[in-house]
Design a protein around this ligand. Structure first.
Ligand code: F6R
Length: 265
């Protein structure tokens, strides 16, 4: 099997792997390395986590390392990117449930250190809850690493395409959002029908994502090829949220499989 190759697309570091399994392993390697460095240095590692189809293999890999005894989440604190609103944590479609299924139930992470935005807060309290989420991350010293996926419309977390200026967009805090039509169309896969898709969500803000000390963007499969190319080679614009990662390119790594990299040239 051919080895990985590293590209420099303008200022961005892009590592292309033969397949999604290898790209996911590389993401897990980097997360494990962050834990190994942050815990002795600061007593804890603060991980920003993502849901969706893409990171499932990363969580399998991290869970296998914990089972084998080569990694521990004992000193980890986690913050997830987003959650549908409104939704119950016990709903199998909630991101809280996804995290329970894919990671939290398989590793030694203390339940009170695993933060997922709460899809049950009363609407009148949602803005306070979102602001509190940002304060908790900051009180923990900020994210050591943020794992991201990319939506077909370029969203990161549920920060959807916007007409704001890049500077205004980069300052957005954690908040309630309306999901974009492409995001809702893609969510039919999980929800079963367009009518069943929950159209709103709470999302970590762009500000918090860009403030992470390191960022891993993991994108796999041919459906991501056009948006990955746009984000890396098109204009830096809030109409393609992931393009903002180029404003902090020195701390971002793009981990792609060959199909997702196919249009980079
Ligand atoms: C998930 C999230 C989203 C996804 C993106 C890609 O927490 O914040 O931005 O990362 O929609 O989803 P998948 O991996 O399902 O293609």
């Amino acid at each position: 099997m051919p080895a990985e190759r590293t590209l420099h697309v303008a200022d961005s570091t892009v590592i292309v792997f033969p397949d999604a399994a290898a790209a996911s392993r590389a993401a897990a390697d980097r997360i494990a390395r962050v834990v190994a460095e942050a815990v002795p240095a600061r007593g804890k590692a603060i991980l920003g986590l993502a849901t969706g189809a893409t990171p499932e293999r990363v969580y399998d890999d991290l869970a296998a390392r914990v089972k084998a005894g080569s990694l521990s989440f004992r000193d980890v604190v986690s913050y997830n990117l987003d959650e549908y609103y409104p939704i119950q944590p016990l709903d199998p479609l909630s991101y809280r449930y996804y995290m329970h299924r894919n990671l939290f139930s398989r590793v030694d992470l203390a339940p009170n250190r695993a933060h997922v935005l709460d899809g049950t807060v009363p609407e009148s309290a949602a803005a306070d809850h979102a602001a509190e989420f940002d304060r908790w991350i900051e009180a923990d010293g900020g994210l050591d690493v943020q794992l991201l996926g990319i939506g077909r419309n370029g969203h990161i977390g549920f920060n959807e395409p916007s007409e704001l200026s890049p500077a205004e967009f980069a300052a957005l805090p954690t908040r309630m959002v309306d999901l974009h039509p492409i995001t809702k169309a893609d969510a039919v896969r999980e929800f079963g029908s367009a009518e069943a898709v929950i159209p709103r969500a709470l999302t970590m803000g762009v500000r918090q994502i860009l403030a992470a000390r390191s960022i891993i963007m993991l994108a796999t499969g041919p459906k991501k090829a056009p948006v990955v190319t746009q984000a890396l080679k098109g204009p830096i614009t809030a109409s393609l949220p992931a393009s903002l990662l180029r404003t902090v390119a020195d701390k971002v790594v793009w981990l792609l499989d060959e199909p997702a990299a196919a249009e980079l040239g």
